[in-house]
Design a protein around this ligand. Sequence first.
Ligand code: ATR
Length: 288
Amino acid sequence: MIEIKGTTSVYGLIGNPVEHSVSPVIHNTLAELLGIDMVYATFKVEKDLVADAVKGAAALNVRGMNVTVPHKQSVMNLLTDIDPLAKAIGAVNTLVRAEDGYKGYNTDILGLERELEDVGVELRGNRCIILGAGGASRAIAFLCASKGAEVIYLLNRTISKAEDIAAAVNSYIGRDVVIPMAIDDYKNIPGIGYLTIQTTSVGLYPACDSAPADEKDFYDKVSIGVDIIYNPAETKFMKYVKAQGKPAYNGLKMLLYQGVCAFELWNKVSVSREITDVVYEKLEKELQ
Ligand code: ATR
């Protein structure tokens, strides 16, 4: 148990809703394991009060905050500095205390990068398929492109949303690395061997028996499948990938690592694999 003293720093999550967040489990466990004198709580903040919340946190000298839905975009014009990739993505989930306010980062994306490193996936030179064109897809497309993916096929039910993301990423990178496509047109993707990241909400509990694509021909193209969903622990998409004899991972590591990356930025520490494994096990139990 964390002992709260006069010296204990307060960190927290602002969003709405925040009640089901597992971030307190991640950060308070890390603090305990690393012996850092801090505590992490959640703060439910209404949309029109986000500026007051950030200003108040700065006045209280809160060292760091996480930001979740619906404030990840609106918080951006309240910051004194923003990491370039977070700025390009257009979403911030971590605030780090700077001299006169907060600097914003997007550790959702740093979390995915770390998960991919963990499972031995190199983005540089890789060919990718991203399923979906929501907020998560946009961030992931920026990550893959900025880390040197050779080509990214971005597939969505609504093609106009895939086109919007492709335009934003391609103009940032300076070449046509993202190719937007309707999911039904996947047969136009040449060859096989694609790192495939599933970002749609299809397959999320309780609608576990659905996937954004059902045809075997689609899964023939996949070399590794990564789903950002972690409930259920094995999605239908992951089952399809595994049925082709390919590895598939859920989104729990990405969730954990977005927290670990924020924790490292706040405390200027590097968290070892042994420690993250302990927190991972705790999270798995928590979500069962
Ligand atoms: P997030 O911000 O978490 O990425 P989002 O912005 O709500 O979530 O995006 C949800 C994604 O899931 C979108 O790509 C959406 O497709 P559309 O743009 O066509 O709506 C996709 N999605 C949701 N339900 C779907 C379904 N039944 N079939 C296919 N795609 C679906």
